[in-house]
Design a binder for this molecule. Structure first.
Ligand SMILES: Cc1cc2nc3c(=O)[nH]c(=O)nc-3n(C[C@H](O)[C@H](O)[C@H](O)COP(=O)(O)O)c2cc1C
Length: 200
């Protein structure tokens, strides 16, 4: 599928064929594609919790507004991120670069994030969004459907997946085969209102 068509035909699908499954290999391929999304300073903040345990899926649904996508889609991914990746993973993600590059990046990263909790959190949310969208487009490219979700109790889901203290949840993404068509796109704001030339 051409990328334009994948973008145009991706819709937030709410109803899934619960009998449709994806193999571990198929899921891994989608997750690997998603993880090719860009991250600031190559920090790779995102952690993908792929929830395949049906009982856990049910518990997530119970704290997720009862949304059927959470149990019925072939794959459910909680897109999380490590808040202190900027401090913990610098040497690993720049491993292999020339020493002067590594030193420069270490300084730049430290300067960008240290003592700036808002920046640290904002960055994880950017990364989660980009990974989630990449996952959804990768899925669409394979003829699959998806739904991004933040309609759930974040604290309750964090408990259910044993989210470590230094991690946050960005959103969830369900991927599967649609059983219910999306309604026609509605209420699109005018292009000229949402595209600003040069300055607001
Ligand atoms: C951050 C985010 C959270 C969302 N949460 C939910 C959700 O909890 N449940 C749901 O059915 N759709 C959810 N959506 C999907 C939106 O409702 C949907 O993307 C929007 O209505 C536009 O429709 P489209 O994606 O089909 O173009 C969410 C979308 C985003 C980006």
């Amino acid at each position: 599928m051409h990328i334009d068509e994948a973008i145009r035909s991706r819709r937030a699908i709410k109803g899934y064929d619960a009998g449709f499954t994806l193999s571990r290999e198929e899921k891994n391929e989608l997750l690997q594609l998603a993880l090719l999304a860009p991250t600031a300073f190559n920090l790779q903040h995102v952690r993908l919790v792929e929830v395949s345990d049906p009982a856990l899926r049910q518990q997530i649904r119970e704290v997720g507004w009862g949304q059927a996508q959470m149990t019925d889609a072939a794959m459910l991914v909680v897109v999380c991120a490590q808040l202190d990746s900027w401090e913990k993973n610098v040497s690993r993600v720049w491993d292999g670069a020339p020493v002067e590059v590594r030193q420069f990046m270490a300084g730049a990263i430290d300067n960008y994030y240290r003592d700036k909790p808002q920046v640290q959190r904002d960055e994880t949310m950017r990364s989660c969004g980009l990974v989630a969208q990449t996952l959804m487009l990768a899925a669409r490219g394979k003829g699959l459907d998806s739904c991004p979700m933040d309609g759930f109790d974040f604290d309750a889901v964090a408990k259910l997946i044993n989210l470590p203290d230094n991690h946050v949840i960005g959103l969830m993404v369900a991927v599967g085969k649609k059983a219910i068509e999306a309604k026609p796109r509605i209420g699109k704001l005018p292009f000229d209102e949402v595209v600003i030339r040069d300055r607001f």
